[in-house]
Design a protein around this ligand. Sequence first.
Ligand SMILES: [Zn+2]
Length: 246
Amino acid sequence: MRNIALCHPKLQLLAGRLIEECSKQGYKIAIGETLRTVEEQDALYAQGRTKPGNIVTNAQGGSYNSYHQWGTAFDIFRNDGKGAYNESGQFFEKVGAIGASLGLEWGGNWKSIVDKPHFQLPDWGSSTSGIKKVYENPQVFMKTWVKEEKTGWIKNATGYWYRKADGTFPANAWHIINNHYYLFNRDGYMVSGWHRWDGKVCDPDDGSGDWFFLDNTKDGPLEGACWHSKDNGAQEIWFVAQENNL
Ligand SMILES: [Zn+2]
């Protein structure tokens, strides 16, 4: 299969960086093989043994000896019109070095079967014996994959919102983050400046509620401090120094 989206989230990230970095340095590459099924691996193993061609792998399908079967490897090919595996200009050595600099293991550095188009995550060791000890087989391993989504403050065109570790975000709520109060509106965006709060809702439609002023001057002495209008019209500041309540 040739879809990088079938692979480990970290590998997807690094594959994207590799393409980008290679392109910057003038090497046009594209992703070839990614995740390999047992049948696909067996067909590859047959090559050079029971089928014509050169031997390209020592890994049989059922052995899970190829990281392609674990979703942590991909192959690239040359995509500049000069031929997919044309090695002129030390093309694969150059790309391999870029991949290694990004933290990928490059098959061109292997001894037994040199595999210049191949890259894999080095996290579980060069051979699959390490990953097999921990996860037994790719099915078990893939269940542990989590989408690496950014948590914490996220800025978009509308403003700042906050993704919690469980994937939800605060809306119509106060939260203490980094020892500061923040008020989130009904859409989940942090508000700053003057806003009303009636105990449940940020800026209620009927205009009720007390006034609050939130200073979001980044790294300012009052970042996240909150002015609260008292009954007599005076202003009171909430400084907080307590645990986050997210
Ligand atoms: Zn490969």
